[in-house]
Design a protein around this ligand. Structure first.
Ligand code: ZN
Length: 275
């Protein structure tokens, strides 16, 4: 069965987001673990959590994915930025784990001048503070497009992060179709080759989730601009091929296309029909 959902707003509550997920005919969702551009988080009420868990169970949602805020930079050499990122990771890994959320994804970070090697060491140090090893949640490193000084642009960088942490068994990968295309992995003409490379470097068993997005920017542009499915430089067929690929069956798929809920509902309907 296809496990597919979209990025949902939790501004009106976790329970409301779960209900919206049902309403758009999705069976999973992604949501921000806290305010994506700020530092605050709302305390979920007991009633809200109960309703959320009830809906999730009743409609048999696939694995849920919490997304850490965009403002977090675990690679930063600036003390204030780094300490904030470490605190958010510590808090949100614990908060999402307590809710029984299966996965939490984050952008590894940007080294902003200190170099990839040093940036990776900062990320490892931050993750080690957040992961005790007793969690059920798995932290997913997102494949990045390579804009600016982003880390996580190559599979090798993701492997270096995972290999460095104390609890690598709690670390997986979320592959973003827009980002890898933009980073120079040719999923249009050589999907098998890209997956083979992923398997050789990381192991395909570490791939836990897919961010399904088309790209406004051309191949290898190293720019992160999501497009709706079929309306970008990747195109409909190559994205369907990702979803059809025998090695990727069963993985949860999350749309982060620039659409509201109604648009995502239509987009998922189209995908199901085309598949
Ligand atoms: Zn992301």
């Amino acid at each position: 069965m296809l496990i597919i959902g979209a990025h949902m707003s939790v501004a009106k509550g976790l329970d409301k987001a779960a209900q919206d997920t049902v309403n758009i005919n999705a069976n999973t969702m992604q949501f921000f673990s806290r305010n994506p551009r700020g530092s605050s988080f709302k305390i979920y009420s007991e009633k809200e959590i109960a309703k959320f868990q009830e809906l999730r169970k009743e409609y048999q949602f696939g694995p849920l994915l919490a997304h850490a805020p965009y403002t977090l930079n675990l690679a930063s050499a600036q003390e204030k930025i780094y300490d904030f990122a470490c605190m958010v990771m510590r808090e949100d890994v614990a908060r999402m784990d307590a809710l029984g959320i299966e996965y939490m994804v984050f952008h590894p970070g940007s080294h902003t001048g200190i170099g990839t090697e040093a940036g990776i060491q900062n990320i490892i140090h931050g993750l080690n503070q957040a992961i005790t090893g007793n969690e059920n949640i798995t932290i997913l490193l997102e494949t990045m497009s390579g804009k600016g000084s982003e880390i996580g642009v190559t599979f090798e960088e993701l492997k270096a992060i995972r290999d460095g942490v104390t609890h690598p068994e709690r670390i997986g990968v979320c592959l973003d179709t827009c980002h890898v295309f933009s980073a120079g992995y040719d999923i249009v003409n050589d999907l098998d080759g890209v997956l083979d490379e992923f398997d050789r470097i990381l192991g395909l068993d570490l791939l836990k989730a897919i961010h399904m997005n088309d790209s406004m920017m051309p191949f290898g542009a190293r720019k992160d601009r999501h497009a709706t499915i079929g309306d970008g430089e990747i195109g409909l067929e190559p994205l369907l091929n990702v979803m059809r690929h025998p090695k990727l069956q069963g993985l949860p798929i999350y749309l982060e296309t620039p659409l509201e809920d109604e648009g995502h509902k239509e987009e998922m309907k189209m995908i199901r029909e085309m598949l």
